[in-house]
Design a protein around this ligand. Structure first.
Ligand SMILES: Nc1ncnc2c1ncn2[C@@H]1O[C@H](COP(=O)(O)OP(=O)(O)OP(=O)(O)O)[C@@H](O)[C@H]1O
Length: 332
């Protein structure tokens, strides 16, 4: 169980204007500016839950993860994870958590992955029999067999990420913090990482807190989202409810034969390169309809008054649209 209550974190950042004179001045008299990274945040996450922690750049996501992992101490507020305060009982706490930062590595760069794993095993004091069992499970699920003897620096990003996730799970933590785990990965590797995380949660009941800008990660993995903006928790809710409540956008995919139809108010063409399509002929368009301005049926009849519609499909808004709507609504 993760319980965060009224956590606030402020950083002092040195302020300096550009230019040599200013640099000299700031050397003698340093000015500081306060950045409030987290402002009285509270939430609770139950055992076995998978939660998406989303928000724009600089919102405070990484600061939260650092506090939850015990790397950072808040100025105010409290946090209890499985009954422990992370920054006060770090040694015991880290046995319960695994952390993957997509942009940083926990593997030793020049040594084979297996050697890094052995070192991690020593750090966490994992028993030999448990380690062997875990290693073979992770090797199979993450498809590591062919890369365990390769140094981290020789691996592709996707291969390295699978090894990073493996490294974070060698001590069988109950909670996994994932900070941008699919950043920079190709579509196949993203899917592999996502399905592994789903399986991990299903088999072991691991609690997962996922920080990402990739809404497909959120869609694939989580049912609940926490939205953070300017250091405050703005929304904590069920993903589907949020989608229904906040999005009035429908996506039409239209296959037409005839004139390229014109858009009207409430309709926005999203097909890339549509402008280059010939004015008459066959084509496929994707169009966003804002149902607050125009009903889907009105949009369809508007389109069919201009061209022959061969096929049409209507889908709900993508999660990216929902998130853009949320950021707009909360002015973050
Ligand atoms: N060590 C630090 N020193 C000074 N300021 C910091 C430090 N760490 C974070 N900040 C500031 O705190 C705020 C929140 O940063 P944080 O990294 O938590 O955001 P984030 O939501 O993870 O952003 P991103 O999506 O870009 O990774 C930002 O304004 C950032 O500049």
């Amino acid at each position: 169980m993760i319980e965060v209550t009224g956590v606030t974190k402020t950083f002092q950042v040195a302020r300096r204007s550009a230019g040599f004179k200013e640099a000299l001045k700031s050397f003698v008299h340093r000015e500081y500016q306060e950045v409030r990274a987290l402002d009285d945040i509270s939430f609770t996450i139950g055992d076995g839950e998978m939660v998406g922690y989303i928000g724009p750049n600089g919102a405070g996501k990484s600061s939260t993860i650092k506090i939850l992992s015990g790397i950072l101490t808040p100025d105010k507020g409290n946090c209890l994870i499985n009954g422990r305060v992370p920054w006060k009982e770090r040694v015991e706490h880290v046995k319960d958590i695994g952390v993957v930062f997509g942009q940083r590595s926990q593997l030793w760069w020049d040594v084979p992955i297996l050697d890094s794993y052995e070192l991690i095993r020593d750090i966490y004091r994992v028993k030999e029999t448990e380690y062997k069992k875990k290693l073979s499970e992770l090797t199979e699920l993450l498809d590591l067999e062919d890369i365990l003897k390769t140094p981290a620096r020789q691996l592709s990003l996707g291969q390295r990420m699978r090894c990073e996730i493996g490294a974070s799970l060698l001590h069988s933590p109950k909670i996994l913090f994932l900070d941008e785990p699919t950043i920079g990965l190709d579509a196949v590797s993203k899917i592999a990482v996502r399905s592994f995380i789903l399986e991990l949660n299903r088999q072991h009941g691991t609690t997962v807190i996922l920080t990402t800008h990739d809404m497909q990660d959120i869609e694939a993995l989580t049912k609940r989202i926490l939205l953070i903006g300017k250091g405050k928790i703005l929304l904590d809710g069920n993903l589907e409810e949020v989608r229904d409540k906040f999005s009035k956008i429908r996506q039409l995919t239209v296959q037409y034969n005839g004139m390229l139809p014109l858009m009207t108010e409430g309709m926005r063409l999203t097909t890339t390169g549509a402008q280059e399509q010939s004015l008459a002929g066959q084509g496929v368009l994707t169009i966003q309809v804002d149902t607050e301005i125009l009903k889907v049926s009105q949009a369809i009849s508007y389109l069919s008054s201009q061209t022959d519609i061969m096929d049409i499909s209507v889908a709900g808004a993508s999660l990216d649209d929902v998130v853009v709507g949320l950021y707009k609504q909360y002015e973050i």
